[in-house]
Design a protein around this ligand. Structure first.
Ligand code: URA
Length: 218
């Protein structure tokens, strides 16, 4: 993905052309999120809707302090309509459990793309751009204390530009949404290269420490 496509994304946003419009009368986070979900379920903003089985909107606790963002649904997620229910999700659950977190109650989880790219190929810039308003709406509705990016596509999208993972990891970043951001590897990458699992454990330590500090300082 070129650097330009991310700048293009920011530019469209600055023009206000990249918004999800919520109807009046929406009062709670859960209601607002449900409205965005309804919009996703009829999305045709890019071609991925033609090849997907299910849209994968997000799951977990909309009132949680933590929000995780992955890349895009894989085969299992596409089949079930839920994020991170395949092997990568099982590893994620294990790592969460190790730091005492439960996916359904302690966080909300979604992806940059709401539809599966064919054969799990990398997301294309145009797809990220087309889907971005939904992610932005989810973040603005949930207003989590801390964002966690799983993998480089989520990291770049939340950080707002491309940067090496080695420069983004192991220190708390400021996301483009004004919410602190912890970047870690994608669990699918850790399944391919086992050494990354320990790196993820380090990032999860940073995540829980940061969350504790954020809670104490509010
Ligand atoms: N990989 C992702 O990035 N998201 C999922 O939901 C599953 C696998």
């Amino acid at each position: 993905m070129s650097r330009k496509s991310f700048w293009q994304l920011l530019y469209l946003e600055s023009l206000g052309l990249n918004e999800v419009i919520l109807p009046e009368g929406v009062k709670t986070k859960a209601q607002a999120l449900e409205e965005v979900r309804r919009q996703v379920l009829r999305c045709t903003r890019c071609d991925l809707h033609k090849t997907k089985t299910h849209y994968v909107f997000g799951s977990g606790n909309p009132y949680a302090d933590l929000m995780f963002v992955g890349e895009a649904p894989g085969a299992e997620e596409d089949k079930k309509g839920k994020p991170f229910v395949g092997r990568a999700g099982q590893l994620l659950d294990r790592l969460l459990q190790e730091v005492g977190l439960n996916r359904e109650t302690d966080l909300y989880i979604t992806n940059v793309l709401k539809c599966r790219p064919p054969r799990n190929r990398d997301p294309e810039p145009g797809e990220i751009q087309a889907c971005f308003p939904y992610l932005k709406a989810q973040i603005q509705i949930l207003r989590p204390r801390l964002l966690v990016a799983l993998g480089r596509f989520a990291a770049w999208t939340l950080y707002g530009m491309q940067k090496k993972m080695s420069l983004l990891r192991m220190q708390v970043q400021q996301s483009k949404f004004g919410i602190p951001l912890v970047v870690t590897y994608h669990p699918a990458a850790a399944l391919r290269r086992e050494a990354l699992t320990d790196e993820m454990r380090r990032d999860f330590q940073l995540m829980v420490q940061t969350l504790e500090q954020l809670r104490q300082s509010s």
